[in-house]
Design a protein around this ligand. Structure first.
Ligand code: ATP
Ligand code: MG
Length: 132
């Protein structure tokens, strides 16, 4: 099964191959999350990294994993070109972000996409540790 730790290892390999520096903070091996949550977080990380490689032109990407009592937050930031969704240059027929949102809704998770043209993009995903 997909785990956040496992996907992080793929991420490192993919970004290194693409020549993008990566920094990771947080302790994925300590995150207490059930398999469904791990799986969805792993998919979100995979799609976020696909987007960084495909669209951003960034040379640096940072991944932050945080948690509090009830929630886990995954934040992926790049220093690339940025693309604001809803703007002509950002509109796409892509399914990646939509698919992420749909999966997150299954577990009452949320997604925030924020992009500044010329400065980069941040994608932040928040999920509850316990799924009802
Ligand atoms: P798909 O994911 O279906 O292969 P896609 O990647 O184009 O296609 P989304 O993942 O939904 O679709 O992303 C929508 C659009 O948002 C992208 O086409 C791109 O314009 C923009 N985008 C997303 N992430 C980034 C990023 N890290 N840097 C710059 N632009 C981005
Ligand atoms: Mg995509």
């Amino acid at each position: 099964a997909l785990s956040i730790q496992g996907e992080l290892n793929n991420t490192k390999a993919i970004l290194e191959a693409a020549g993008i520096r990566i920094s990771v903070s947080g302790e994925p091996q300590k995150l207490g999350a059930p398999p469904l949550v791990q799986n969805i977080l792993g998919l979100c990380l995979r799609e976020a990294i696909n987007n960084v490689v495909k669209h951003s032109g960034a040379d640096t990407c940072s991944i932050l994993l945080g948690e509090d009592t009830h929630k886990i937050t995954l934040t992926v930031t790049d220093n690339g070109t940025g693309a604001e969704l809803g703007r002509p240059e950002g509109v796409s027929s892509g399914r990646g972000l939509l698919g992420m949102k749909e999966r997150l809704e299954l577990i009452q998770g949320t997604l925030i996409y924020s992009s500044i043209p010329g400065k980069g993009t941040t994608l932040s995903v928040k999920v509850p540790k316990v799924v009802k």
